[in-house]
Design a protein around this ligand. Structure first.
Ligand code: SF4
Length: 198
């Protein structure tokens, strides 16, 4: 069985895609975009290893979950584990699945990798491309305007404007002695937050 190397997760949010969503952030990225919102999840180190089926069962146990969003880190580096996770979820519930990737869709398709192809066949929305700070237009569920929102199914086509035009917001989830920021932050939010909170 392939294990998923997980950096963090959030049971429920409304700031990373339509509806109430479970979010996972995978550990490890092959890019190093200046201004990356989650630099601590770039190193390709071992974080928390989880069995895809166990994670899927946990996701399905959270009441009112409408979808799953996968971010990171670079999800496609863990396509084998994600394809198992998505397949199990879809076998049991018709959840919406949204995924970010620093790779462009054409690059992923050109890899001719069965696991990546399986992932692409199971997700509804792919937000692709690396984050470019100078093109961050402070809108939507994508980090910068060079990134493309691909609707790989028709599930969210009616809400397409939200992905690129929506006013950004974040939720702050407090757990033990740490604060997790969930969402694509408005410009300067992190700087202002650290100034206020020290
Ligand atoms: S692809 Fe995403 S996670 Fe990777 S460095 Fe760029 S912004 Fe960060």
């Amino acid at each position: 069985m392939t294990l998923l190397n997980l950096a963090y997760y959030c049971n429920a949010t409304r700031t990373l895609g339509p509806g109430q969503r479970f979010v996972i952030w995978v550990q490890g990225c092959c890019f190093n975009c200046p201004g990356c919102v989650s630099p601590e999840w770039i190193p390709q180190t071992t974080a928390t290893l989880v069995e895809p089926q166990k994670l899927a069962e946990y996701i399905l146990s959270i009441p009112n979950t409408e979808g799953l969003t996968v971010s990171g880190g670079e999800p496609m580096l863990q396509a084998a584990a994600l394809s198992q996770l998505f397949s199990y979820l879809r076998e049991h519930q018709d959840l919406s699945i949204m995924c970010y990737s620093g790779f462009k869709l054409q690059q992923l398709q050109a890899k001719i990798d069965p696991d990546i192809n399986q992932v692409l066949s199971l997700i509804d929305v792919l937000v692709d491309g690396q984050y470019i700070e100078q093109l961050d237009d402070n809108k939507g569920w994508r980090g910068s305007a060079n990134q493309t929102v691909h609707f790989l199914t028709s599930r969210h086509i009616q809400e397409d404007h939200l992905f690129t035009e929506r006013k950004r917001d974040v939720e702050l989830h407090v757990k033990d002695d740490s604060v997790l920021m969930v969402g694509v932050p408005p410009n300067n939010f992190q700087k202002d937050f650290h100034q206020i909170c020290g």
